[in-house]
Structures are given as structure tokens and as C-alpha cells.
Design a protein around this ligand. Sequence first.
Ligand SMILES: [Zn+2]
Length: 342
Amino acid sequence: MTYFSGFSVPFLLKLSLISISLQVPTSLQFPQENPIITDFDVSAQTRITRGDDHGSDVEWCYQNATCGETTWPSTCLTGKAQSPINFPPLEKTTCTIKNFPRTSYNSQKFSLESNGKSLVIKLLDKTKQQRIHFQWQEQNASYNFNSIHMHWGGNNSVGSEHSIDSKRFAIEMHLIHVRADFKTLPDALSFGKKNALAVLGILFEVDPNLKEKQNENLQPIVKNIHEITHSGVVKNLEEKLNLQAFMKGNHAYHYMGSLTTPSCNEAVAWLVWQKPIKISSLDLDALRTVKNTMGEPLMNNFRSTQKTNERKITLCEIKAGKVKDNVGNKPTQEELMAHSKL
Ligand SMILES: [Zn+2]
């Protein structure tokens, strides 16, 4: 049985540390043979569990009283560096991302699928993941692109996970990046670094003036959504997607936080673009036709904002640059020794 990419069933069974996140009891999954994965994919549809962190073993959801946010496990409820958060209306930049290779996010070919919790967008050519790559000096790390997914609301005034000055947006797109010194996302998470992942967040808002005029850069997704008839169906997009067009302006909020779904690992260096992208309500209507595992429309798949807890929130200037060699930020010998003892 193959579906999605990457890991075979025997391989999964070998990894006792890895478990598959389920949205609904196995007996209710549709189609039944497909395990359901959660927000942060991704390449393996798996989630690390370790010690008392049983986050990925549990059923979870967004709204239902029996599996909603207040029932999420371990770190989700007890962590002090959780995501998303509300950003203050900062204007002055106090950090810089040097040499950010925007053009490498241009014109790539992707596939679309629903994992039951979100719409997941993956590069068709996985070898290009390492070519969409940036160095983040402040993190002393470099990151490779992994995948994209989206959060959206049931009405136009909600949907984003982060908010700015308490204003929520209609959609938030997450571009997941994994530290370049790890082969897979689960590997990076298992290493226990606070900056194992870098996630770029992009906010979208409905402009009533646009009416029928849809956002042209979203159309490769919007035009094909009707083919995602249920979770597990993969649609290869014929048109390329220009992600660079979603990176509007030169400013992004930065703070250290977590995955926004169980098991809520506090392992993410966040960069959320300050300027939202304007879309038509027709674009959003299309997203609301994506189906969850029960064949129902998927929406309101966002987590509430979390306490900042004295964390530093900065506004960064993003400076354009080219992709540099994919080297550096290897774990030190000391770090590898520490990891081997886990
Ligand atoms: Zn997300």
C-alpha cells in the first residue's frame, strides 16, 4: 500500500518512537486504509512521541468538546512557548534576515491533498526541497523547504492562527522548513532544538472591492480544489505556483514558538509576514469545499492565540538574496553525544 510519499509500512513499524496521528477512530476513517495525519506533515505523515509526550497518539480536533483544544495533550496545555500568538502593532524593525532567497520560491510545481485537518501542498519534485533553502544567521541555522498547509475560517473574519493587534485574518498559509542538518522533519523534532523548524506564515484577507476579481496567484490551487473530493486524494497541479508573490513587503514578525497542533512541540522559529495578501471571497469559498475525513467541509481549522509569556517578539526586515550552498549548521559533537543518550 503506498500513498503519499516516503515511508513504507514496514519502515514505520520499525520506528517505535514514531506514531501516526489519527483524527478519528480507525473504524471511522475514510478511506479506511489511509492513516490520517495532522498539520505539520509531513514528508512522513508521522509525529514523534517521546517520554511522557503522547501528543500524536490521541485523537484531536478544533471545536468538538471531547477532542477540542482544551483536551489537547501535554505540552499543548502546559507549554510556555506555544503558538499561535497575537502580535503587537510593531513598526520599527529590530532584526534582519539577510540574504533571503525569495526568487527560489518562484514558479514551482506542486501537488494538493487534504489530510483531513488541512489542505497540504507539496513539491512534485522532492529534490527541489533543498534548493529552496535559506540561512538564518540569528538562529545559527539554515533551513530547507518541506511543505505548505493552510488554516481558514467558516466566515471571513476568522481563519488565521496569528493575529496582529487582535485582528484575525481569513487564511493563514504555513510554509514549513526543516533545519538543513536533518534529513526529515521527525528527525529534526526528535533532536529537541527550539529552532528545529522555521515556519513562514502568510496572512490573507478578503477585500470586498475585489468581488469577482480573484487573486491570480492563488488560482493554481483554487481551480483544482474541487478535485480534492476526500482526504487522501492527491492532485498534481499543472500550473506552477508562485509563492514569492505571497511574500509582500519586507517585514515579518519573529518569535520562538511551537507547532500549532498536537503534539505542540516548542521547536519553531516563526516568521509571519506583516502585510496580508488580498483575496476575493470566491477564493475563500473554494477553500471551504475541501473535505475532512468524514467527507464534510473542512473549515475553522485554527488554534486560539496563546499566552506570550514574556517572549520577545520582533519585526524583522527581510533582505533579498540568492540561495547559498546548502552547507553548515551541522550538530556539534557535543550535541550528537547528548542526542545519542536520549
Ligand atoms: Zn499550520
